[in-house]
Design a binder for this molecule. Structure first.
Ligand SMILES: [Cu+2]
Length: 183
């Protein structure tokens, strides 16, 4: 029973990584000249770790390009390009990504895709954690104070002896003065 609970807890804790999603570009319509990829991308949430899946026919391809080349439909400087009909691209970092079909004329008719990849949901709470970690240094300072407490105890006895002898000296002075006044 305890083992089953442990396994269940482990699965719950591990599950965020298991949520990596495959985004099939264009849905059932795939990657073609009839798709509206601006609208499609607007309905998706892309997160680091997800996959982008392009399904397309032999007359098409996939090229990842810069924003400038995306805007001008230029595939000549493609960062990476594919033409195997089924291309899976892992979204490995946050930020915008730009894709287009390198076949002449296809990008101009709308066969292009811009997405914005968001960092994992786990990293958002992590951004709020630095304030709590700032309180951690105060704990070591608490452990510094106990050693100082025994130290005065060891030094107090010599000081106490000096105080007593000083007191005796003062007392004898006062007694001498009193005796002098009486005589
Ligand atoms: Cu095409």
């Amino acid at each position: 029973m305890a083992m089953a609970t442990f396994v269940l807890l482990f699965l719950l804790l591990a599950s965020p990584a298991a949520f990596a999603k495959d985004h099939v570009v264009g849905g059932d319509g795939g990657w073609s000249q009839s798709g509206d990829y601006t609208t499609w991308a607007g309905g998706e949430t892309f997160t680091v770790g997800d996959n982008l899946v392009f399904n397309y026919g032999g007359s098409h391809g996939v090229a990842e390009v810069s924003k400038d080349d995306y805007d001008s439909c230029n595939a000549a400087n493609a960062l990476q390009s594919f033409s195997d009909g089924k291309t899976t691209i892992k979204l490995s970092k946050a930020g915008p990504m730009y894709f287009m079909c390198p076949t002449f004329g296809h990008c101009q008719t709308g066969m292009k895709l811009e997405i914005n990849v968001k960092s994992g949901s786990s990293s958002t709470p992590a951004g709020g954690s630095p304030p709590s970690s700032g309180t951690a240094p105060s704990t070591p300072s608490d452990s510094d104070s106990p050693p100082t407490t025994p130290a005065p105890a060891g030094k107090s006895s010599p000081n106490g002896a000096a105080d007593i002898s000083g007191g005796m000296f003062g007392f004898s002075l006062a007694l001498g003065a009193l005796l002098a006044l009486m005589s």
